[in-house]
Write a protein that binds this ligand. Sequence first.
Ligand SMILES: Nc1ncnc2c1ncn2[C@@H]1O[C@H](COP(=O)(O)OP(=O)(O)O)[C@@H](O)[C@H]1O
Ligand SMILES: [Mg+2]
Length: 254
Amino acid sequence: MPGTDSSVPFIRVTGLKKSFGAQKTLQGVDLDICHGETLVLIGPSGEGKSVLLKHIIGLLHPDEGRVELDGVNLCSMTERQLLIARQRMGYLFQNAALFGSLTVAENVAFPLKEAGLRDQKQIADRVHEALDLVELSAHKDKMPVNLSGGMRKRAGIARAIVTRPECILYDEPTAGLDPVVTDVIDHMIQRMQKRFRVTSVVITHDMSSVFRIADRVVMLKNGVVSFNGTPGELRASPEPEIQNFIAGRSGLIA
Ligand SMILES: Nc1ncnc2c1ncn2[C@@H]1O[C@H](COP(=O)(O)OP(=O)(O)O)[C@@H](O)[C@H]1O
Ligand SMILES: [Mg+2]
């Protein structure tokens, strides 16, 4: 059965290169993501963290290199195989990207309908379950415009988990949120991991989140993986660049 062989990494990225025009964004990224781990991706803005995530779900195609899911290259998949592969992953977009004209519940139901589910009762049950997990059931009939920033992110998480994916990719789930709401979202990420043993990939700039949720931390810098280790190893790194990043220093002030 796919997804259960722990000897093969769930996701394997090798030699991934991607340019936009003259701009070389990813310049040879190598990364294994194991089943069930929470991997946190850090690094300066504009280094290609979101671009990397989009390759992992097959929204972008590499110029060179490959992304494998359970040992199968995404680029060699047929449209149908890619659709099935995508259904194994949930994706929280950087800005939550809810549909403004749909209610919270309709937004969350969307991926189920896209996956071909037609049974209204089944859809309602799954939406209820997802909203319950992110504690948004009471707000299911609201429009996105009437939600706070934290609620929007939680609605986005509900939409990402409603298909019960094996892997959830979170692109800056706590950006722009206050520390208490950030703590709530971090707990939700941990809850999904514990309850469903999902693999999680989280992009964040929030170092307190990193140390709270990460099993492993990967730093993307100059188009390659510049650090790959445990949170403890990150903290102990002798690299001034990493210490500056952890402390939120620009390195411009002596
Ligand atoms: N579809 C695209 N077309 C052109 N340039 C892009 C596209 N997507 C991302 N980029 C560029 O790639 C770089 C990395 O972007 P991104 O992955 O969003 O960075 P971040 O690490 O902050 O998530 C940026 O300079 C961005 O402008
Ligand atoms: Mg980004």
